[in-house]
Every structure is written in C-alpha cells, then in structure tokens.
Write a protein that binds this ligand. Structure first.
Ligand SMILES: [Zn+2]
Length: 407
C-alpha cells in the first residue's frame, strides 16, 4: 500500500479532492523499507518482501527476504524477539488479523520464527528441516502461531491448520485439534465470529486460502488496456459467509479490550492486515486492489472509533512496501506509439477517466514490489515519532514505548 495504491483508491472511491479515512490521521511521515542481503558486510536489498519488512517493524532488526523474525545469514534456529512476544510477557492481550492466510508473512512475523516463509504448515517444511517438531524444533508457522497462545487469531489459511502435526506432544493431531486442546474456540464464518464470547482464545479460519475479495473487475491488459470500466462491488458479501476486515477488527477489539480502562490492566497489541491490496497488485487487477484498499480503510475507521472512546490508543497505519501500480496519463487507442506494460482505465468518483499501469514484469508473471519509501501515519501516544523520514525498524521502538515496554 504505497502512495500509488492509496492515491488510486482515493481517486476512484472518493475523488481526487476527497479524503479516505486513513488520510485523516493527524501525523504522517515516510519510512524506508529496504531488506539486507546475506553478504558480509550486509549490503542493502532495495526491494523487500513482506517477510523481511514485517521482521523489521515487528522486531526492530533488518533481515533478508523470505525470513520470518530470524537473523539474516543464520542457518539454525535463531529467533528475534517480536513486539507481540514482548507484549505477552508484560501481561498484555494480543491479536493478529489478516485477509491472507494466518500463516502468511505479515501475521507470521509476530508469532513465529522460521528461516523460510513458505514453511506455513507441518506438511510445508521442505525448506526448514531444523524447525520441524520431530527434531526438537518449534514447528511450522501454523504450529508456532497456536503454541504462542495469541488471544485472537482471525483470517484465512484453514488448509495449513488442517495439516497433521508430525512431532512433539500433539503428533498425529491436526493443528486445529492442537488449538482446541490449547484453549481455543474455533469459528469458520461471519455468524460464528459475531457469536464468539470472551473468556477463551479465538481462532477464526474463514477460508482455506486467502479470504474472498470485496470487489471484482477486469484485469489490466496490453496497450490500449482494459476498460474504461466501473468496478463491481459487494462480491464477498454476495458470494460467501466470510466476515469483512472491519468486522474482524470490531470483534478483535471487543475481545481484547476486556475492561482494561476500568480495572487498570495494561491493554493490548493488535495487528490488522489488508493483505490482498498487494496480492491484487501482483496480478494487475485495479478494481480488486482498490476494493481491498477500501476494505482496509473501513477497518481503520473501526480503530479510530475505538480510539475516540479510548484516547490512550496508539494507531499506526502503514505498508510493508511500495508496489507496481502507477497512475499514468489517460490512454487512447489512437496514440502513435503503444505504451509499455499493462493498462486499465477506470471511471472514477469524479466522473473522470483514470488509467492505471502495471509494468514491472511480463504480463501475468506476478508484478513486483518496488523499493520506494511508504507512508506511515499515526495518532495517539508516541505518534509524533512517525513524522519525518524514519526506517521501518524505528516503528518497533515507537510501539514498544507506547505499550510501556521500553523507556
Ligand atoms: Zn507481494
């Protein structure tokens, strides 16, 4: 969700002079997102993936692409302590919410440590032999996520948790069965989520893979591109029983809030990811990318409404990296020379045409992340630390101070 993705969603949904909810946070800065190569000395890797960038803000340390809260270059089990782990140790409640699989990189960096992001379930451990439970390791991302006893876990990726554990005390059981034995309530749809009560840990697995997209529309295409088009909204609601990101955020806050303000207990840490902004950028689909950005914006609104009632809440809105999509001059089929890349033209809220271009890879070959700095916006205690130009790793310290974990 770089500046391009935010501006595309704003132009389309509320117009160029409109403002998204995320635009209303009072303090804004830019932050750098680069990863490091596994060279000595470590050189920058200017284009990060979500594993290295998530490790940066979750632990305060830079690592190399593909690593989940482990040190660049290490071959053994070498965890970096995460902000969620520090919060747990201090007695705070914790939550992790995403529209991706719960074992995908961004949620994983908070409650798992593994050398390779692909090691999502016990059957996916080819690249992570020393992490397997049967050799005394902590297991796959799914197993570690449950074993960490995070209070609220909501997202997709049921396929990973349905896999069978191959070592340790729960060998032969699925990760879901292990979760039940460790005090989790399981929910699988919107109705189950809204009925879930406080008092037990909650694991919501709403899709086998990534959660269903909110909007649909035509993919970008070679010159002169697809469109002009208007996006089709309301797909998730029409086709599925999955909750929205805003609904997941509402429930997570309800369960994590407890009665903190009245009994003086120390609060909570919650991560909420709108994951498919990135995933739809990769597949050159502007409508689906915009729909996910708006769904994330609605989740931010839930957070801001909560903060009105709890003004001691720090809210941070940021991205893990910039991406491909660019707003380019409106394309015309009569242009003398074809444009590079893949294009789609949309009719925006303004009634104007906007052409979006994707051109970091060949068509349908998964467009790339890019290396530009991204926005970080905030409100609440310690929010002023996001102003100016900072690095992704600085966010770890900002959050740690706001939670009272670092002075
Ligand atoms: Zn990506």
């Amino acid at each position: 969700m770089g500046d391009s993705e935010i501006t595309i969603a704003r132009n389309y949904h509320v117009g160029a002079a409109g403002r998204l909810v995320m635009d209303t946070l009072p303090l804004t800065g830019a932050y750098t997102t680069y990863a490091v190569q596994e060279t000595s000395p470590a050189l920058p890797d200017y284009v990060t993936d979500s594993a290295a960038s998530g490790t940066g803000w979750a632990t305060g340390f830079k690592t190399s692409n593909g690593r989940i809260s482990t040190i660049a270059g290490s071959t053994g089990v070498s965890p970096l302590t995460t902000i969620l782990e520090l919060a747990q140790r201090a007695g705070l409640r914790t939550g992790n919410v995403t529209t991706a699989e719960l074992t995908d990189a961004t949620p994983a960096v908070l409650n798992a440590h593994v050398n390779e992001r692909a090691c999502q379930g016990p059957a996916n451990m080819a690249g992570c032999a020393v992490y397997k439970k049967e050799v005394g390791g902590p297991g796959s991302i799914a197993e570690q996520t449950i074993d960490h006893h995070v209070d609220v876990l909501l997202g997709g990726g049921r396929q990973r948790f349905a896999q069978t554990i191959t070592g340790g005390p729960h060998a032969g059981k699925t990760v879901i069965q292990s979760a039940e034995l460790q005090g989790y309530n399981l929910v699988y749809d919107e109705v189950g989520l809204s009925a879930a009560l406080a008092g037990k840990r909650l694991l919501g697995l709403f899709n086998n893979g990534n959660m269903t997209l909110e909007w649909t529309g035509a993919q970008a295409a070679p010159f002169p591109g697809s469109g002009p088009q208007v996006c089709t909204e309301g797909q998730r609601e029409l086709l599925t029983n999955e909750p929205s990101l805003a609904e997941m955020t509402t429930k997570a806050l309800e369960l994590l809030e407890g009665d903190d303000d009245r009994d003086g207990r120390p609060g909570f840490f919650l991560q909420v990811e709108g994951a498919s902004i990135d995933k739809q950028d990769h597949v050159e689909n502007p409508c689906q990318q915009i729909g996910e950005t708006i769904a994330f914006d609605e989740a931010i609104n839930v957070g801001l409404e909560f903060a009105k009632r709890h003004p001691q809440t720090l809210i941070i809105v940021t991205a893990d990296h910039a991406h491909t999509s660019q707003i380019v001059p409106v394309v015309s089929a009569s242009e003398a020379f074809p444009r590079p890349g893949f294009l789609s033209t949309l009719f925006t809220h303004d009634g104007a045409k906007m052409t979006v271009n994707y051109a970091t890879r060949a068509h349908l070959q998964s467009q790339d992340h890019t290396g530009a700095q991204v926005r970080i916006a905030a409100q609440g205690p310690q929010a002023a630390n996001v102003a100016g130009v900072t690095d992704q790793t600085d966010l770890f310290r900002t959050m740690a101070r706001a939670l009272g974990l670092m002075r």
